[in-house]
Structure formats: structure tokens, C-alpha cells
Design a protein around this ligand. Structure first.
Ligand code: V0V
Length: 146
């Protein structure tokens, strides 16, 4: 297999945690770890209310923890919590060109979930590598919005 050119993966962007109550989780990460709330959004297509907590200096953010609460029982997050309980649900890498990454993975028969990227947090474009093709890890690809 030809490896993905290194410039396409920029950084570990965030780790996603499935939670039952978003406000409670925000308060826990803020009051326990001193993390700051960078962004909060409802994404009906993904079935989530989500919050990005900055790890470290909010003036110079490098990475985040994303808290994901289900919008309703049909949400993938509700299904995840029913099966596993709350906890680590996904890891997200920031990419410079999501279309190029998707084309590369398709060429190596690695499944991504959507034929085209969908809308993610803060106008990012996102897709996911299926955990069954990635050693049991749901890997999100995220290309930041302009
Ligand atoms: C399921 N599996 C997982 C997993 N979810 N493995 C690792 N990590 C996860 N998060 C395994 C599960 O144990 C099963 O293995 C198998 O995959 C099928 O699982 P399932 O429970 O039947 O669930 P499915 O197939 O209905 O759904 C799984 C997928 C689903 C991954 C397809 O969760 C999905 O569409 N996820 C992508 C969208 C998403 O997660 N959105 C919320 C975040 P066995 O039992 O067969 O061995 S939104 C977001 O991140 C945003 C907005 C953003 O960052 O901007």
C-alpha cells in the first residue's frame, strides 16, 4: 500500500467523548481540568449537541476535547452510549485536503462513511473511516472551515 503523503494529515484535532448531558460534561471539564469552552453547536444531521473544550492556553489552542451529546434516541451517540456507556467515541485528525484523503483511502479499499464530506463543527468538512477498517477506531477526518 502507498502511504498517505504526510502533508495531508496536519495534526490530531480533537478526541470525541460521548456524554449523556452536555451541560454537566462542560461543567466537569471546566471545573475539574480548567479547560475552556471554545465553541458549542447543534448539528441535526449528525444528531448531536457538541461542545469543543480547549486543552491548554485558549489564546493559542492546539487541540480540543469534543463533548458529544445525543439529540434524540436515533442519534449515533445514543446508540453508542446504549451499547458502551459514555466514553471515548472517536479520534479526529485535521486534514489539509479531505477530498484527496478520501480518494487515497478509496484507492486502498478503506471505507469512509459518506461519499461526500458532510458539515462538521464550525463549518468544517468531515468524514469518518469505518472502525471496522481501522482497528476498531472511529477516525474522523476534519478539514477546518475557511
Ligand atoms: C460502532 N463501532 C465502533 C464505534 N461505533 N467502534 C469503535 N468506535 C465507535 N465509535 C463498532 C461496533 O462495536 C460494532 O462492532 C460495529 O462498529 C457496528 O456498530 P453498530 O453499533 O451496529 O453501529 P452502526 O454500524 O449503526 O454505526 C457505527 C458507525 C456510526 C461508526 C457507522 O456510529 C456512525 O455513522 N458514526 C459516524 C458519525 C458520528 O459518529 N457522528 C457523531 C459525531 P461489532 O459489534 O460488529 O464488532 S459528530 C462530529 O464528530 C462532528 C459534528 C464534528 O466533529 O464536527
Amino acid at each position: 500500500m502507498t502511504a498517505l503523503p504526510t502533508h495531508l494529515f496536519e495534526a490530531l484535532d480533537h478526541v470525541g467523548i460521548a456524554v449523556t448531558d452536555l451541560d454537566e460534561a462542560i461543567a466537569f471539564y471546566r471545573d475539574t481540568y480548567g479547560m475552556t469552552l471554545a465553541h458549542e453547536e447543534t448539528n441535526p444531521e449528525q444528531g448531536v449537541r457538541e461542545a469543543m473544550m480547549t486543552v491548554g492556553d485558549p489564546e493559542h489552542p492546539h487541540s480540543h476535547i469534543q463533548l458529544l451529546a445525543p439529540l434524540d434516541e436515533s442519534s449515533t451517540i445514543a446508540k453508542f452510549i446504549d451499547k458502551n456507556g459514555p466514553g471515548l467515541q472517536q479520534m479526529a485528525v485535521r486534514v489539509t485536503d479531505i477530498d484527496a484523503v478520501m480518494a487515497h483511502l478509496a484507492a486502498h479499499d478503506i471505507r469512509v462513511l459518506y461519499p461526500e464530506p458532510k458539515k462538521g463543527t464550525a463549518h468544517s468538512r468531515i468524514n469518518f473511516v469505518h472502525p471496522k477498517d481501522a482497528g476498531g477506531v472511529l477516525l474522523e477526518l476534519t478539514q477546518p472551515g475557511k
